[in-house]
Design a protein around this ligand. Structure first.
Ligand SMILES: [Zn+2]
Ligand SMILES: [Zn+2]
Length: 336
């Protein structure tokens, strides 16, 4: 079978021929049909995760079919449609695991970062950590929901979103465009903040009510003029500067949720924080209960990503285009 591999940080992705994996006790083999291309995959390529292992097959937006199950596996069954998100496995006994927040387990393994992911035709996964894909979602639609979708959907939940609130989304990439779609489907008024003025048409087409060009105006000031500011800001761009700029545009009691990890620090004025009881929080992808909720919501409300398809051989090209900011929506590797 074919696999796209990062042998060492800062070397190009190479296509290798590897033997198909065999499932051991508690494992399944997924026949991968689609795998989304996430900004984190680029971070694996660039060596930006201290816990990454090499050689590594990236990819944690996996959607496919169970090909084979190992001894003792009662669920899922061969032929089931399943996905694999960021969280590959966790310890099961730490405080976070016990309270169902296993994505924050200090012993968690991460798909495509320290365990081989979905840039390959067949991948191993622990049976207990795969997510069932609802019938209403295709593999190409479900793939990007495993990370991009889960991350923005869960961020809105973690920020205690309520219907009717104003949500500002920084960036209109893989996460951002899904952020707009989820927020609208949940009943939000939505603003998009982008450095690229020609993204306005795309933002409006996705359902955004308001567009702020961060090139021509200060996003914090522009947000404040939007009926007193945003209740929630989803900072999806990997840019601490854009989050810092937007923070003063939060309404009282509002929350900025940092999702994109970029260099430098996010700064907030103590006066804005204390006086307005504002919140600055981060939110990692999500746990098993969260991916199931994301997929169910997406299925019922038809929230699906806008995608550009690539072949496995062109995975390097997709990462390159992402690096240069040339992608629209989410890139997805589609397998024959
Ligand atoms: Zn991701
Ligand atoms: Zn744990």
């Amino acid at each position: 079978m074919k696999a796209a591999v990062v042998k060492q940080p800062n070397t190009p992705l190479v296509i290798e021929d590897r033997p198909r994996p065999e499932p051991k006790s508690g494992e399944v083999v997924i026949h991968v049909h689609a795998c989304g291309v996430c900004h984190s995959d680029l971070m694996v390529l660039l060596g930006l995760f201290p816990f990454a292992k090499y050689p590594m097959v990236p990819g944690h937006e996996v959607a496919g079919v169970v090909e084979k199950v190992g001894p003792g596996v009662v669920w899922p069954k061969v032929g089931d449609r399943v996905g694999m998100p960021w969280l590959f496995s966790s310890c099961g006994h730490c405080k976070m695991c016990v309270q169902g927040d296993e994505v924050m387990c200090p012993f968690a393994e991460v798909t495509g970062v320290n365990r081989d992911g979905g840039y390959q035709e067949y991948m191993l996964a622990p049976a207990a950590y795969v997510a069932p894909i609802p019938d209403g979602l295709s593999f190409v639609e479900a793939g990007p929901l495993m990370c991009a979708g889960l991350t923005v959907f869960n961020a809105l939940r973690n920020a205690k979103f309520q219907s009717g609130q104003k949500v500002a989304v920084i960036g209109l990439g893989g996460l951002g465009h899904l952020g707009v779609l989820y927020a609208k489907a949940m009943g939000a008024r939505v603003a998009v903040i982008s450095n690229t003025p020609d993204k306005e048409a795309e933002a409006r087409e996705l359902g955004a009510d308001h567009f702020i060009s961060a090139k021509s105006e200060k996003s914090g000031d522009a947000l404040k003029e939007w009926d007193g500011g945003a209740d929630i800001i989803l900072a999806t761009a990997p840019s601490s500067e854009s989050a810092t700029d937007a923070f003063p545009g939060l309404a009282q009691d509002g929350t900025l949720v940092l999702l994109g990890v970029g260099p430098g620090d996010v700064k907030a004025s103590p006066m804005d924080l204390v006086g307005g009881r504002r919140h600055l929080m981060g939110s990692p992808s999500g746990s098993r209960k969260d991916i199931r909720a994301t997929l169910d919501f997406s299925d019922h409300h038809r929230v699906v990503p806008r995608v550009t398809n690539f072949s496995l051989e062109d995975a390097g090209k997709a990462l390159d285009m992402m690096h240069q900011g040339k992608l629209r929506g989410r890139a997805v590797l589609v397998f024959d």
